[in-house]
Write a protein that binds this ligand. Structure first.
Ligand SMILES: Nc1ncnc2c1ncn2[C@@H]1O[C@H](COP(=O)(O)OP(=O)(O)OP(=O)(O)O)[C@@H](O)[C@H]1O
Ligand SMILES: [Mg+2]
Length: 254
């Protein structure tokens, strides 16, 4: 059995003196897609930020192994170059930097960090055109400053566009479905599904079972009060939809 892509073991994390993650255990094998569902404030985004390496999170216990290596010892840019990608719940606006310029800097920055040749402008333009076409993103949007004035759904598409170009090993999607209209949900899900492969894994955070009809997960984890309290197959999402989280809160209190 090969090393899992991601192993989170007994992870405890504090933010400003509050313990937010309280012993998260999760193993993601290569090629697998796992969904994480859980109440507002249960710590899902906190987990995604800790994986990406955002500042201000204090890991007090536990470890995260990425390809068997200590992820927490790596800087955020090293993690990105190693193939960790987070599609933000709330994408950040970058005034003054066109989406195109941002994407080129991101992709070539990572290639450089890995010791690979940078993409030439024609190579880059073709890659963007192909990925944008797939996600039905208009070319004129790419000339606008990243996320500035983008609608909620446009921001989410722009996140997936970045992901499609960067071809990460670990894709973390934090509520990528929220704010997408019904047609956009299908388009974005198809874009995500095209990226599924035997050597790429995904953590898909969502509140809505409907997304999982399109992006069918191998496993579903229920998050409650800072840890995984239940893991099951995709039927667990249907059970949650029908019953809510109350049953799982009890599990957590026990
Ligand atoms: N900087 C901070 N200071 C204090 N508390 C914080 C900070 N960041 C997060 N928290 C708290 O940590 C808890 C977990 O937040 P998090 O954003 O991870 O939840 P979530 O599961 O992603 O929720 P949602 O489903 O609403 O997106 C919340 O109670 C939040 O208020
Ligand atoms: Mg969140």
């Amino acid at each position: 059995m090969s090393t899992p892509l991601l192993e989170i073991k007994n992870l405890h994390v504090r933010v400003e003196d509050n313990e937010i993650l309280k012993g998260v255990n999760l193993t993601l094998n290569r090629g697998e897609v796992h969904a994480i569902m859980g109440r507002n404030g249960s710590g899902k985004s906190t987990l995604s930020y800790v994986l990406a390496g955002k500042d201000d999170y204090e890991v007090t216990e536990g470890e995260i192994l990425f390809n068997g290596e200590d992820l927490l010892a790596m800087e955020p840019d090293e993690r990105a170059a190693a193939g960790v990608f987070l599609a933000f719940q709330y994408p950040i606006e970058i005034p003054g930097v066109s989406t195109m310029t941002f994407l080129k800097a991101a992709i070539n920055g990572q290639r450089k960090a890995r010791g690979e040749a940078e993409l030439t402008t024609p190579e880059f333009m073709k890659a963007v055109k192909d990925a944008a076409g797939l996600l039905e993103i208009k070319q004129d949007m790419l000339k606008r400053p990243l996320n500035v004035g983008f609608s909620g759904g446009e921001k989410k598409r722009a996140e997936i566009l970045q992901m499609a170009l960067l071809q990460p090993q670990l894709c973390i999607l934090d509520e990528t479905d929220s704010g997408l209209d019904i047609d956009a949900l299908k388009v974005v899900s198809e874009g995500v599904n095209k990226l599924r492969s035997a050597d790429r894994s995904m953590l898909v955070i969502t509140h809505y079972q409907r997304l999982l009809n399109y992006i069918v997960p191998d496993l579903v984890h229920v998050f409650s009060a800072g840890r995984v309290v239940e893991t099951g197959d995709k039927s667990l999402a249907l059970e949650l939809e029908a019953k809510g989280y109350a049953d799982f809160d009890e599990t957590n209190a026990a």
